[in-house]
Design a protein around this ligand. Structure first.
Ligand code: SF4
Length: 60
């Protein structure tokens, strides 16, 4: 099972992960980006590579 995490202490809510994710893993809830569908992740690493503050991690 793939675990997609956003470090809440690092995240500045740029929402780039949501924009780049081809699998719709992230979504906005009450204006804050969250991991909504980690099970859809295909480990493309686009979110990890594109997050401007390095807040996203993927663990398989
Ligand atoms: S690794 Fe790819 S598929 Fe998985 S959450 Fe990040 S952008 Fe989405």
């Amino acid at each position: 099972m793939i675990d997609v995490k956003i470090d809440p202490d690092t995240c500045e809510n740029h929402q780039v992960c949501r924009e780049v994710c081809p699998e719709d893993v992230f979504e906005l809830r009450a204006g804050k980006i969250v991991v909504a569908r980690a099970e859809h992740c295909t480990e493309c690493w686009l979110c990890v590579q594109n997050c401007p503050v390095g807040a996203v991690t993927i663990e398989a």
